[in-house]
Design a protein around this ligand. Structure first.
Ligand SMILES: NC(=O)NCCC(=O)O
Ligand SMILES: [Zn+2]
Ligand SMILES: [Zn+2]
Length: 467
């Protein structure tokens, strides 16, 4: 039986437009938009009406960098696909793209199957997968072609974490050459991990064991150097490149230079680099461990360059790199040795709100908010226009957003399965009120009305952002 919902009276904000319009949803998709209070809109009939007067009607967020249940440093990221996707919905995100992991000595297929098994039947919102390639060999390269065909069209490689996820330059070049042929997009963790490991060893030998040394050894110059090297390897391979979790001003400069040269090089940053800094890493009593992630938080001065990059489109996407570890029992593994603190921050629930606050603070425009958090990530990873916009034919992944509601971020009230908030006590204006995923209410006026298993695996086409 056909079901129809109409959202009336809101300001519909997409990456390209802001219009007071009513939105008609039919069978899980956007059926039509019409200017509010006009005969065309009044003609919309529906089983359910949502009053969005005074609110924004925005596309559901697309977070293309999450790590639910990631094994790391002898433990696992604390959000499962069930808890993590529920929290994402609370924060106005309706699609995640998570990272399936190939372990060294195993195939891509084994890794992908394992991640499908973790996610299937458990997600509240739609999801797709990138593939972490940890072991580039002839078989892996062939498998990359098959994965692209079946909708896993992006591959993460690491210039960091020697002995775990690390690929050397030859392996990176080979994977890039393959992606130049098969249409895949290489996502790069750009830090010189070999040099960093030397600095880690030297710091520990000097007795520098506190969390703040994590930030000191993972130098901005070593992020910039790796970013430069990745760009030039991609150029030699004739492949596009997407650099993940960019945090250093010097790395943004490398991306900007390459883009000025006309290369298909893209960059993502994350809220933690825009809103947090080495001040957090230096918090006493081991509290700084809460902020250990890689690339690391940087001194506050880097933030202005990141915001500028977002405005000038030298950075195109803000995703979360959501990779939560509880302070108790997980981050504590690194007491007395910062290199044993599991790397990662929680944030899947906070991204849309923090970026809305950035609109209010004058860093970005309202449409740019939607562009970097919804539309471009969808385009970059082959999900557009099904995801990332509000237009006829798109999935009805829609958020009713109250731009005036005040909230204080806190672990007391968040829904992520982690015992601290990286933004504890931060006041922001703006809050998600209602969330639809393919027309189904997941959050209804700040009550969870979704269900594990509603979220569907979403195969992706290749990158739609190439020039
Ligand atoms: N970023 C981080 O610290 N943890 C997750 C793994 C990664 O993205 O490198
Ligand atoms: Zn990474
Ligand atoms: Zn990550």
């Amino acid at each position: 039986m056909s079901s129809r919902t109409v959202i009336r009276g809101g300001l519909v904000v997409t990456a390209s437009d802001e219009t007071h319009a009513d939105v008609l949803i039919e069978d899980g998709r956007i059926a039509a938009l019409a200017a509010s209070a006009t005969p065309a809109a009044d003609a919309f009939t529906a089983d359910r009406t949502i009053d969005a007067t005074g609110k924004y009607v925005i596309p559901g967020g697309v977070d293309v960098h999450t790590h639910m249940e990631l094994p790391f440093g002898g433990t696992f990221a604390s959000d499962t696909f069930e808890t993590g996707t529920r929290a994402a919905a609370w924060g106005g995100t309706t699609t995640i793209v998570d990272f399936a992991v190939q372990s060294v000595g195993h195939s891509l297929r084994e890794g992908l199957d394992a991640w499908h098994a973790k996610a299937e039947g458990n997600c509240a919102i739609d999801y797709g997968f990138h593939m972490i390639v940890s072991d580039v060999n002839q078989e892996t390269l062939k498998e990359m072609d098959l994965l692209v065909e079946e909708g896993v069209t992006s591959f993460k490689q690491f210039m960091a974490y020697p002995g775990v996820f690390y690929s050397d330059d030859g392996q990176i070049l080979r994977a890039m050459q393959r992606s130049a042929e098969n249409g895949g997009l290489i996502m790069m963790h750009a830090e010189n991990g070999i040099a960093i490991d030397v600095l880690v060893e030297q710091a520990l030998a000097r007795g520098e064991t506190d969390p703040r040394y994590h930030g000191e050894v993972r130098k901005a110059l070593l992020e910039a150097e790796a970013t430069h090297r990745a760009i030039r390897l991609a150029q030699v391979a004739g492949a596009p490149l997407y650099v993940v979790h960019v945090s250093a001003a010097e790395a943004v400069a490398e991306l900007a230079r390459a883009r000025d040269e006309g290369l298909n090089v893209f960059g993502e940053t994350c809220p933690q680099y825009l809103f947090l800094s080495t001040d957090n890493l230096a918090e006493p009593d081991f509290e700084g461990a809460k902020y250990v992630c890689s690339t690391p938080l940087r001194p506050r001065e880097h933030q202005a360059r990141l915001w500028r990059g977002l405005r000038t489109n030298d950075l195109q996407v803000v995703s979360t790199d959501h990779c939560p570890f509880c302070f108790t029992g997980q981050k504590e593994l690194g007491r007395g040795d910062f290199s044993k603190i599991p790397n990662g921050l929680p944030g899947v629930e906070n991204r849309m709100d923090l970026l809305h606050q950035a609109v209010l603070d004058g860093h970005i425009s309202r449409r740019r908010w939607i562009e970097i958090a919804c539309a471009t990530p969808a385009r970059m990873f082959g999900l557009y226009p099904k995801k990332g916009t509000i237009a006829p034919g798109a999935d009805a992944d829609v958020v009713i957003y109250d731009p005036h509601a005040e909230q204080v971020m806190s672990a007391e009230t968040h829904h992520m399965n982690v015992d601290y908030s990286a933004y504890e006590g931060r006041r922001v204006t703006g809050r998600v009120e209602t969330v639809l995923s393919r027309g189904e209410p997941v959050i209804t006026e700040r009550e969870y009305t979704g269900r594990a298993g509603h979220g569907a695996y979403t195969p992706r086409s290749t990158c739609q952002y190439l020039t």
